[in-house]
Design a binder for this molecule. Sequence first.
Ligand code: C2E
Ligand code: CA
Ligand code: CA
Ligand code: CA
Length: 277
Amino acid sequence: QAGPLNKRVAIYAGALDNENTQRLTLMTDLRRAIDCEELLLLYQPKLKVVSGRVCGAEALIRWIHPEHGLVNPDRFIKLAENAGLITRVTYWVLNAALRESYAWHNSGEAVPIAVNLSSHDLRDPNLLGHIQESLTTWGAQPTWIQFELTESCLMEDLPVAQKVLQQLHDLGFKLFIDDFGTGYSSLSYLRRLPVDYIKIDQSFVTNMESDEDSAVIVRSTIDLAHNLGLEVVAEGVESRSIMDLLAGWGCEEAQGYCISKPIPGNDFQEWKSSFLW
Ligand code: C2E
Ligand code: CA
Ligand code: CA
Ligand code: CA
């Protein structure tokens, strides 16, 4: 009676395409990666549009896989979420970002580091406690770290998001709504969340000059944010001319390849001191 079952397993295994098999292996590997120092944070600078001053850095995770080499987060963050591993990844990121910030504080003028949170993190009952413990470990202040949450992650469970964001805000963390404009959400929810900044999604910013609709969206998002008392970061700024347009529209901060690609933490202070806009 083992025959048909084996056959089915064989057929099923055969039906797994290369991509699926790779995904399964990656998932197993990720458990190990978290403990084995295969993860790495890069830091992408954020700039004040008017003054050209460096005002922050976003922590962006990379996985240096022993066989596959560099794996980008687009390939493994969703996987980590589905495998129930994202909490551990987030804790790892938070600690690594605080370690970096600690080093920056000891070597001169430090800028805040923004950490990306996933919707799963908002449902983690230990998140707040863990964040506070990590701050204590590094002798850090809430001003050292900022949190970015995507619009869609907030919409997944608005009451929970509201509660956790309020707690983070009360502790003194600055909060950013990430990928703004991609979440199909009503704008009224914004007023119910204690956020400080909107990050306009790079898909609109990058195309601003070639696509009239994108330009209109960017411009009206800036106005909307200002009317709600929020500040604006444009991400995916790839050219100086886009930067000039943003400045004219009153956008406060910018992030993108024309300022710098994400770089290792060790290089950040040196990059910052030699950077001239
Ligand atoms: P994101 O939070 O929207 O981050 C911005 C992404 O745009 C980054 O990709 C960054 O390298 C890229 N980027 C920056 N400037 C430019 C530009 O001028 N042009 C273009 N075309 N792209 C630019 P990256 O590092 O591959 O990260 C992809 C996504 O993975 C992030 O999107 C974020 O959603 C997620 N992610 C990254 N690190 C973490 C993390 O530590 N935790 C969580 N939960 N998610 C993370
Ligand atoms: Ca982000
Ligand atoms: Ca984003
Ligand atoms: Ca994105």
